[in-house]
Design a protein around this ligand. Structure first.
Ligand code: LLP
Length: 455
């Protein structure tokens, strides 16, 4: 369960009215609940306690420094996939030694920086990448720890864009190649190959793919032991679900019940476990607040046109994902008893909730039952938007990125300001090749109609 709830017809984030947050931070804005983040982290740690994993929160799901700091205070390490994410983790106070670094395309500069920072573990995705890490570590006269990302060829039964554990994806090394990988690189003096890493997809709503992946991993550990290679750490990746429909707590105990019995014997032999959860911690800990600018009807279709759409939350348009949406202050009569696919409240009509961008694909929801009275200036809350919301937001149509607010009890703090127009262009430079005194040279040829001439 999360800490966003209606009281007397008005939505609260913990103890703060969401309308007050929107008035202060402006819209669109993401609002995160500290208590929800902490509760999800603690429940995960508790469910997996028998194998005492290092929980490396997946920065890509939501990298706001405030969110990272909340989790760092809980003792979390971080899963990063770029130099930028490692920089965020370190800035939030997480030592590089508690970070694991995956990703199929690490650059030399990123690898060097990570080595210099004292990275905990490289999760290596290919033979060439291993050779490169080993070469750079040798050049720097350092020794680094490496886990091989294996691809166990398991179908996670999720969206094909986020299915990563099948053989035909770009991630990791398949099981047949894994033994050869150790035989070739397992004795490198600078890149010590001592772990296995897997991440099979996201989100995964059934436990069987984990069971299958863990079974294959345990078998590989035995084979490698026979070949003379000892595995010291296993990183099981992320992918645990979040409830997008009704915001119930994720079934962390069920995942643990499937994984722990297979992992415990290895844990008892000294293998260190790592988890890389993102969504299951932060999805329900965040909402996106948007404002209805206009409503309109085209043919039979009714639209609520908001001040943000796919630029702030890409998931509905990119993956066809469902996010529950409801007004922030609907009044007691229009408050749903709970979030569900169909809240069954009288006085609703189907409407498309769309953004301001110039694309038909710019929507947050299609044909969604929302109050017929929904009108200009009303705020809408898009629930379960904490994961892969802000981290996938874009400036398309020169839209400034949304604000982010962290709530704790009755305190709300803006932890990222909504961008200014200056920020939109701050990295752009006036081309020196063009004379500043003739800003539109083509127009001087008289062939380009100006607005004035066409009037
Ligand atoms: N570890 C690795 C190596 C990953 O690639 C990912 C996610 C995670 C951990 C965290 O997965 P999580 O626990 O958050 O499911 N943009 C998509 C999700 C892409 C996931 C990419 N990798 C979405 O909005 O659904």
């Amino acid at each position: 369960m999360d800490r966003f709830a209606y009281r007397d017809g008005e939505l609260f984030a913990e103890d703060v009215p969401v309308s007050a947050i929107a008035a202060e931070a402006g819209t669109p804005c993401f609002v995160y609940s500290r208590a929800t983040l902490e509760e999800h982290y603690d429940r995960l740690a508790e469910a997996f306690a028998p194998i005492a994993p290092l929980i490396c929160y997946s920065v890509k799901s939501c990298g706001n420094l405030g969110v990272l700091r909340v989790l760092a205070e809980r003792g979390a390490g971080m899963d990063v996939v770029s130099g930028g994410e490692l920089f965020r983790a370190q800035t939030a106070g997480v030592p590089a030694a508690k970070c694991v670094y995956a990703g199929v395309g690490k650059t030399d500069a990123e690898i060097r920086d990570a080595i210099r920072a004292g990275l905990g573990l490289f999760n290596c995705e290919s033979e060439q990448e291993f050779e490169n890490i080993a070469r750079l570590a040798a050049e720097m006269r350092e020794t680094v720890r490496v886990a091989l990302r294996i691809n166990p060829d398991v179908d996670p039964k999720t969206h094909r864009y986020t299915s990563t554990g099948k053989k035909e994806t770009k991630f990791g090394v398949d099981l047949e190649r894994a033994r050869r990988f150790f035989a070739t690189y397992g004795r490198d003096p600078h890149a010590r190959l001592e772990g296995l890493h897997l991440h099979i997809g996201s989100p995964i709503y059934t436990v069987d793919p984990y069971r299958e992946a863990m079974t294959k991993t345990a078998a590989l550990v035995e084979e490698l032991a026979r070949d003379g290679f000892e595995i010291r750490s296993i990183d099981l990746g992320g992918g645990f679900g979040a409830d997008y429909e009704s915001s119930q707590s994720p079934p962390l105990k069920e995942y643990a019940a499937a994984i722990v019995p297979l992992a415990k014997p290895l844990h008892d032999k000294g293998v260190r476990f790592i988890l890389e959860p993102g969504r299951t911690i932060v999805a329900n800990a965040g909402i996106l607040v948007v404002k209805v600018l206009y409503t309109k009807t085209s043919g039979d279709k009714r639209f609520a046109i908001c001040d943000a759409g796919m630029n702030a939350l890409l998931r509905p348009s990119h993956y066809g994902s469902f996010h529950f949406i409801w007004p922030v202050a609907p009044g007691a009569a229009m408050t749903p008893a709970r979030r569900t696919l169909d809240p069954k409240i009288d006085g609703t009509v189907a409407q498309d909730v769309v953004g301001p961008l110039c694309e038909t694909g710019d929507f947050l929801a299609l044909d969604r039952q929302l109050p017929a009275s929904l009108g200009r200036g009303e705020l809408l809350a898009v629930f379960t938007a904490g994961a892969y919301g802000m981290s996938m937001a874009s400036r398309y149509n020169s839209s400034p990125l949304p604000a982010e607010v962290l709530v704790s009890g009755s305190r709300a703090e803006v932890v990222r300001h909504r961008e200014s127009y200056d920020a939109l262009i701050e990295h752009e430079r006036e081309p020196k090749m063009l004379s500043l005194r003739s800003p539109a040279p083509v127009a001087t040829r008289g062939q380009v109609p100006t607005l004035e001439k066409t009037r």
